[in-house]
Design a protein around this ligand. Structure first.
Ligand code: 5GP
Length: 211
């Protein structure tokens, strides 16, 4: 059993997933974000190595050939992949990992790690999703239309996820997300494997209680 837990978070573009994940990581100890590789060009303000590793199609193909990805998929016309080495290192150091990946990637990871926890973030309504995508001004109209079209298909998959968080008020959604992480950390097999030394829950051999 890996020492850390894997959390897979999927959402249609514009549901507020990145904000929620960043807030979660800043508030909960011992949890890290897996920085993916992508062939998508960086948006304004995005930093290589922090938001993504921005690479060329050739570099991506080479990494696929080297089996460097735990999963990879084509999303909104670009390639995205999760570094196997990075994730495995974090997990084996006992750090929980958040994978912000699409529904195709989630299926691949869940097949390899059945104990991974799957969480879907939904917007409260279609109108709000559309409004949030328009407001962030990071894509042109065509790219927004592609993302909205894909949102319809992605939201069809929500029933396959273990948890669903509706991101209406950010603070409420964040509370729910933190609760899911906390509850997962309290699952009995996890606690017994990592936190509890059963020997410490027995009386000492010379305890008054045994005499
Ligand atoms: P964006 O371009 O808005 O940053 O991300 C677009 C979509 O790609 C989002 O749904 C995001 O979850 C997904 N994505 C980001 N990184 C990965 C990855 O490594 N693998 C997969 N399968 N999807 C990813």
């Amino acid at each position: 059993m890996e020492k850390g837990d894997l959390f897979i978070i999927s959402a249609p573009s514009g549901a507020g997933k990145s904000t929620l994940c960043n807030r979660l990581i800043s508030m909960v100890p011992n949890i890290a974000f897996s920085v993916s590789h992508t062939t998508r060009p960086p948006r304004q303000g995005e930093k290589n190595g922090r938001d993504y590793f921005f690479i060329s199609q050739e570099q991506f193909t080479e990494l696929v050939a080297q089996d460097a990805f735990l999963e990879w998929a084509r999303v909104h016309g670009h390639m995205y992949g999760t570094s196997r080495k990075h994730v495995m290192e974090l997990l084996s150091n006992g750090i929980d990992v958040i994978l912000d990946i699409d529904v195709q990637g989630a299926t691949q990871v869940k097949a390899k790690f059945p104990s991974a926890v799957t969480i879907f973030i939904l917007p409260p309504s279609w109108d709000i999703l559309e409004e949030r995508l328009m407001k962030r001004k990071s894509e042109d109209r065509h790219a927004i239309a592609v993302r909205l079209r894909n949102a319809l298909d992605e939201m069809e998959e929500v029933a396959n996820y273990e948890y669903t968080v509706v991101n209406d008020r950010l603070e409420d959604a964040l509370d729910e997300l933190i609760s899911i992480v906390t509850a997962t950390r309290c699952l009995t097999p996890r606690v017994l494997a990592s936190k509890v030394d059963m020997a410490k829950l027995r009386p000492h051999p010379d305890s008054w209680f045994l005499t």
